[in-house]
Design a binder for this molecule. Sequence first.
Ligand code: 3SL
Length: 240
Amino acid sequence: MSEEKKRVEVCFSPESFDLYKQEYKVVVAIDVLRATTAICAAFEHGAEKLIPVSTIEEAEEYRNKGYMVGAERQGKIVEGFDFGNSPYSYMNDSIKGQTLVLSTTNGTKAINLAAKTHQVIVGSLINLDAVIAYLKELKEDTLLLASGWQGKFNLEDSICAGAITEALLESGEFISDEDSTIAAMFLYKKAKDNYFGFLKASSHRRRLRNLNLNEDIKYCLTPNQTDVIPVYRDGALVKM
Ligand code: 3SL
């Protein structure tokens, strides 16, 4: 392990990724509500591989080849697909040992964007401490990429990024100097005692609540339910 301190910074949206991407070795893709949480849940419950795809057309191609394929847009399951983006969809025996395919509004796009140029791991609140421990051990320049919502900022991914940042800075092995990173840590400090309450008025919590997905929200906002870290290798996510 080198003595030199490494950087950790937060990018609030895939739209800003180009401004940051040159400088980092590893990217943590974060979509707390719900894609990266659902992906962690899939591996926790026995999925072998998960191919993240950005478009419905790609998802259809995989479906036509016989894969189990999930697709979500605007929080809803896209008609004709096996499942959507609820972590609960993955909590059954049918996914054990399977290669799944998933396309979501923002999360799978963020993963694919970062994977073109970087080593990518998947972060969420449900695998928070595992991700922090891994990044401390890896000790590389790290970018925390919030998936946001259709190019815009969102609170839940920023809070998760703030939690990771705070832990890495506290280790004394990392530095940061972007205002986005400071803002993410401020948000995390405000939210950490009650994520559910803090996010009450947030746009995606409202969107999911209107779809009666409160149980999904609670699951996604409950930290440290798994040690699984999905990592992108050769076109698919696998368990590290
Ligand atoms: O944006 C995404 O990728 C999804 O996580 C959105 S949703 O929670 O499934 O609505």
